[in-house]
Each structure stands twice: as C-alpha cells, then as structure tokens.
Design a protein around this ligand. Structure first.
Ligand code: ZN
Length: 414
C-alpha cells in the first residue's frame, strides 16, 4: 500500500512539474489566413495567467466569429475584407498586467473601417481580473483630469461620459506612469477621444540597457556556380522559432525570417540567437495590416516602426521587406528603400495540416528559388525535418536573401 501511495505521490509531482512549466511560457498567438474572400491577421499575448487568457481568448473568438458571419460571402471589386487584431502589452512593477486589443474590420469599400478596442487588466498578486479603478488610487482627481482634458482637447462636456461605470469600461493603457484612455464618442461618426493623464502612482519602470548584437558569425562559403535555395519564414517569431533555428543550426544552414514588429520585444532572446547563428531578419510590417490598402503615412509607419524596434532592441538593420499577403503596389515601392522580396514556392503551411504534403510542395524547387514558410506552426518544423536533408542531398546550398542577391549578381557578371 505504501509503495502505491509513493508512486502516486511521484506521479503527482511529475504532473505538477509539467503543469507548472507549461504555465511559465508567455507567447504571442498568431493566426494569419489568406482565405477566398477574407484576409485575417490576429496577434494576441498568451500570458502565464489562465483566467486572463480565457477572457482574452473568448473575446478574440467572439470577434472572429462576428467577422466570419459578416464577411464570409463578401465579394467586392476592391478585394477581400480584412480583419486585423493587434495588441499592446504592459507589465507594471510585477503588479499589473495590462493588455489592450485593437480590432479593425475593413471591407475597403465606401464605409470607414469598424474599429474597436478593449483592455484586459490583471492583478498579479491578487490573481484576478481588475478594472482601471482598481489600479488608480486617487480616483476623484483622475476623473477630474480626464473631464478637463476632454473639454480642452475635444470641447466635449458631457457628464454622462464620465460616470464610474463608464470609466471602468473604457479601453486604456498605462505607460511610463501616464494613463491613456480611449472614449468612444459620436461626433458625426464614431471616433475615439484619446485622453492622456499623469498618474503619479508608479515608480518609473527601469529600462534595460540596450545591447548591440554582433552581426553574424563566420559565414559559410557559398559557391555561386552550384545550386542555391533560400528558405524564408513569415509572421514570427513564435514559440516554434527557436526550434527551427536549432534545426537549421544542426545542418549548418541559414534562413531568412520576416518578422512582425509587434513581436520583437517578447521574443528578443529568440531573435538574438537567430542573428548570432548567421540567419537574416527581414521586415514583415508591424502588425500585419494589408499594406497596399494603407495610405502612404500609415504604410511608412508599418515599415519604419518595425525597423526601429529591431534597431533599438537588437541593433539590427534589415535590408529586405516581405509585404503582407504578398501584395505589392507602386505606393509600397515608393514608401521604402528596402528590397521587396516575394517567393517562388509557396508551401501553404498556413493551410495544409499534413507535414508530408507541406514538404512535398517545398521540394518542388529549382536553383535560385525562394521558399515561403511560416514559423508559427509546429507542422512547419516537421516539414523542414523532411525537406532539409533531401534538399542537401540534391546538392542545394541554403542561402539567406542577402546572399541570394549576391549570388545572382556574381552570376550575372560571370
Ligand atoms: Zn504574413
């Protein structure tokens, strides 16, 4: 009997270990789809906290279903209907976690896009979902400041907007001790009043000293007369990216990762390893908006903010951009000096579930081709495990996008 109890105890410990370990991982969930009538790009954090994750997931699910019902049969000359969900994430003094989701649904017709924001806030010590009013200590003063700014900035003087219940429900974010509140308001059409008020309740968050990463270790020698191939990955990084980097490392090969700016901070370690191993990083916009549908200003912002965060966090400057959904127009060409890079072979790993089928698509290649994959799925790793040894056997050299450009130049001269 004692033995049985002991075994149960050990099993329980093991179970708890695995369970706790799973709880530790923070990641960004990414869903990106190029469907018949719709384009979908959803990014949201999965935190260590179950209650919070459930709230966020339910909300995202609800929005996604709403979009599907609304636009499943959408047919329009201007193209597909688009759903974009992006996030902002703030951890304050290990006390609060604040996550703001911004949803945009856009049919790209005459109507202006549908925009909605929602904030989820969580108390880490209390282990529960809280509201803005649980965070601020000097409620009365804050509400007075909010009212004052609404009046001076927007000439809005409507007391019903500032009741405790209303304030509690507005989306917000807190950054550097400043509260930014978004009040949905009808003035000919729905807009958000953006109100900034100082909180003076937190110590300034300590910023980590920036460190520059040594650019690439020694390069493999590439023979331009032999066959070359470039593996590229979009939409990452994700929790699968590290494994892909290790897999590439085990074969002493490199690839190019077109990353989203909004994921750079959380996956800094992954990106550091990526660079140290000699891989290349490219720009894939900040939050995967359908770039060709943006005006020049926003298009530039998508590109430049991603470059800036790569520079600030990693000291890295990308040379290439892969436009979202592979769409290019003149405006995009005029908006950037980066090389615009598409692909020759689409593995469809975002859609096809079977790694063998993904791999067989990825193996239909020719010398000089660029292969498109996505480092946000486990099946992509499995497909790579099949593809890489076969391609090596066939005599391909794996190059990054910059190296491919060099090879093409040398070949032209020859
Ligand atoms: Zn993409």
């Amino acid at each position: 009997m004692k033995k049985v109890l002991f075994i149960i105890f050990i099993l329980l410990c093991l179970f708890l270990c695995v369970f706790i370990k799973q709880e530790q991982n923070e990641e960004i969930k990414t869903i990106i789809k190029d469907n018949k009538n719709t384009l979908v790009a959803i990014n949201y954090p999965k935190t260590k906290y179950k209650v919070l994750n459930k709230e966020i997931e339910n909300y995202v699910k609800k929005i996604y279903q709403l979009f599907q019902v609304e636009y499943e049969d959408y047919k329009h000359l201007n193209g597909k209907a688009e759903l974009n969900i992006d996030y902002e994430y703030q951890k304050i003094e290990n006390k609060y976690l604040i996550i703001k989701l911004t949803t945009q649904m856009d049919a790209h017709d005459e109507d202006s896009p549908y925009k909605e924001m929602k904030t989820f806030s969580y108390s880490i010590p209390q282990k529960k979902i809280i509201s803005l009013l649980d965070i601020v200590t000097n409620k009365d003063k804050i509400i007075k400041d909010i009212k004052k700014q609404a009046f001076y900035k927007y000439h809005v003087e409507d007391d019903s907007l500032f009741s405790l219940d209303k304030i509690k429900a507005y989306p917000f974010i807190i950054k550097d001790d400043i509260l930014t509140l978004y009040i949905k308001y009808y003035q000919r059409e729905f807009t958000y009043l953006v109100i900034n008020v100082p909180l003076n309740i937190f110590e300034k968050e300590k910023t980590e000293p920036k460190r520059a990463v040594n650019q690439t270790q020694e390069k493999n020698v590439i023979n331009p007369k032999e066959k070359v191939i470039a593996l590229t990955f979009d939409d990452g990084p994700s929790k699968y990216t590290k494994e892909i980097i290790s897999l590439l490392e085990s074969y002493h090969i490199n690839a190019t990762f077109f990353v989203l700016g909004n994921k750079v901070s959380l996956y800094k370690d992954t990106l550091t390893k990526m660079i140290q191993n000699g891989n290349e990083i490219g720009n894939h916009s900040y939050n995967h908006k359908w770039m060709i549908k943006l005006d020049s200003k926003e298009m530039k912002w998508q590109i430049e903010s991603t470059n800036k965060i790569l520079q600030d966090e990693l000291g890295y400057t990308p040379t290439s951009i892969r436009p979202t959904y592979g769409s290019v127009n003149q405006k995009l060409k005029d908006s950037t000096n980066l090389n615009i890079v598409l692909w020759n072979v689409d593995t469809l790993d975002w859609k096809i579930k079977d790694p063998k089928k993904i791999a067989s698509r990825g193996l239909k290649v020719k010398d000089g081709n660029i292969i498109l994959m996505h480092d946000v799925h486990r099946r992509t790793i499995k497909a790579l495990q099949i593809m890489i040894p076969k391609l090596l056997e066939e005599g391909y050299q794996f190059v990054t996008i910059d190296e491919l450009r060099e090879v093409n130049l040398i070949r032209k001269k020859l």
